[in-house]
Design a binder for this molecule. Structure first.
Ligand code: 5AD
Ligand code: SF4
Length: 375
């Protein structure tokens, strides 16, 4: 079966096959629009036309790893390393709380040393003591014991991208060693889910060597793993990384953008009640990228509230928006974009993924799952 209309109709009643997803990824023009419209309908039916804000703090760019694509990899000695200080992090939490955003995302490079683990734990506790904010951590692979400590401290969500779910492709973008083991990455995701976190993952889209079959596999991986949240965005090459040598293999930025939109739309259609973030990397290619992503299924936006003095140093990829995100003007623009995209902002709500509560309760998927969200 490869008629797009039939595939989209089938998605309402059964799981799609890899081939069917590949067909959806290959759509253009009218078929592509049909895919986007279906995703918009599913979003509205299953999670509602609401976008949740999370304040993103890029807490530290110190990283022990050497992912071949990432600008803040350990061996990039051009990077000035930092860790946001305690007062600044509390100010950021205060900023998010004052604006009724409901949640904070704390992201950092990956370290497993005791100082780091203790520091994260203390920070989570301090924020939770003072503010009624949901806390999402994105601090890489850790032992299950560390995940438990951070969970007990008050973090409830964790983002750990699988980056590429196909093992062979994974090892084209990571060295095969103890620090960058595919098996350990998978184990970390299982440990997060087992600990009780709302668990998020994601991939980069438009990588060298990546095919539509790989991307279809990524979506099926997310479905099989039963993730609660997803953040995925286009791969953006960085000159100070080894993967830059393969830039001649890259699809154009427009293709990467379109593919990202299709990945989001398909994920919304096949998983329905998960949270999907509209990521900053998309905005690098198209200034209106985030708003466009909301129209095809995304329901989370993470304004960057890292103190401005650190922005230049969290250079994962080149071209991150140079706007000072803290300004009220910026937030107003964002709200306007969300309104244009047809959504309301979920102020005062944590915006936990509905999927999490359904997964834990074992209830079947229905169009209205709002009754499963805790009061
Ligand atoms: N392009 C796009 N995304 C990147 N990331 C790291 N480097 C790049 C890049 N060059 C993403 C990875 C990582 C997240 C923090 O940033 O997916 O998980
Ligand atoms: Fe470190 Fe994450 Fe960058 Fe890999 S992607 S080098 S773990 S910050």
């Amino acid at each position: 079966m490869n008629d797009i209309r039939e595939i989209l109709a089938a998605a309402a009643v059964r799981d799609l096959t890899r081939n069917e997803i590949v067909s959806l990824l290959g759509t253009h023009e009218a078929d592509e629009q049909l895919l986007f419209d279906t995703a918009a309908t599913v979003k509205s039916q299953y999670v509602g036309n609401i976008t949740y804000f999370r304040g993103l703090v890029e807490w530290s760019n110190i990283c022990a790893k050497n992912c071949l694509y990432c600008g803040i990899r350990h061996d990039n000695h051009k990077v000035i390393r930092y860790c946001v200080d305690d007062t600044e992090i509390m100010n950021a939490a205060n900023y998010a709380a004052k604006r009724h955003w409901g949640s904070l995302v704390i992201q950092s490079g990956e370290r497993q040393d005791k100082t780091f683990v203790n520091k994260v734990e203390r920070m989570v506790k301090s924020i939770r003591q003072k503010y009624d904010l949901g806390i999402t951590l994105s601090c890489g692979e850790q032992t299950i014991d560390t995940y438990r400590r951070w969970f007990e401290a008050g973090a409830t969500r964790y983002l750990l991208r699988i980056e590429a779910s196909d093992e062979e492709l994974y090892y084209k973008i990571h060295i095969n060693d103890r620090l960058h083991s595919y098996k350990n990455r998978l184990q970390a995701l299982y440990d997060l889910q087992k600990t009780g976190y709302m668990t998020g993952t994601g991939v980069m889209i438009g990588l060298p060597f990546q095919t539509h079959e790989h991307l279809a596999g990524d979506l099926l991986f997310m479905k099989d793993f039963d993730i609660d949240m997803c953040g995925m965005g286009p791969y953006l090459e960085h000159a100070d990384t080894p993967l830059y040598a393969y830039r001649h293999l890259l699809p154009s930025e427009t293709e990467r953008f379109n593919l990202t939109m299709k990945m989001v739309a398909i994920l919304r259609i096949i998983m329905k009640d998960v949270n999907i973030a509209s990521t900053t990397a998309l905005q690098v290619i198209d200034p209106n990228g985030r708003e466009k992503m909301l129209k095809v299924g995304a329901n989370v936006i993470m304004p960057n509230i890292t103190p401005v003095r650190y922005h230049e140093d969290y250079n994962i990829y080149v071209g991150k928006p140079k706007i000072a995100p803290e300004t009220d003007d910026y937030i107003r623009t964002l709200e306007e974009q969300i309104r244009i995209a047809g959504d309301a902002v979920g102020y005062g709500q944590k915006g936990d993924p509905k999927h999490y509560f359904r997964r834990r309760s074992g209830q079947p998927l229905t169009a209205d799952t709002s009754n499963l969200e805790p009061a």
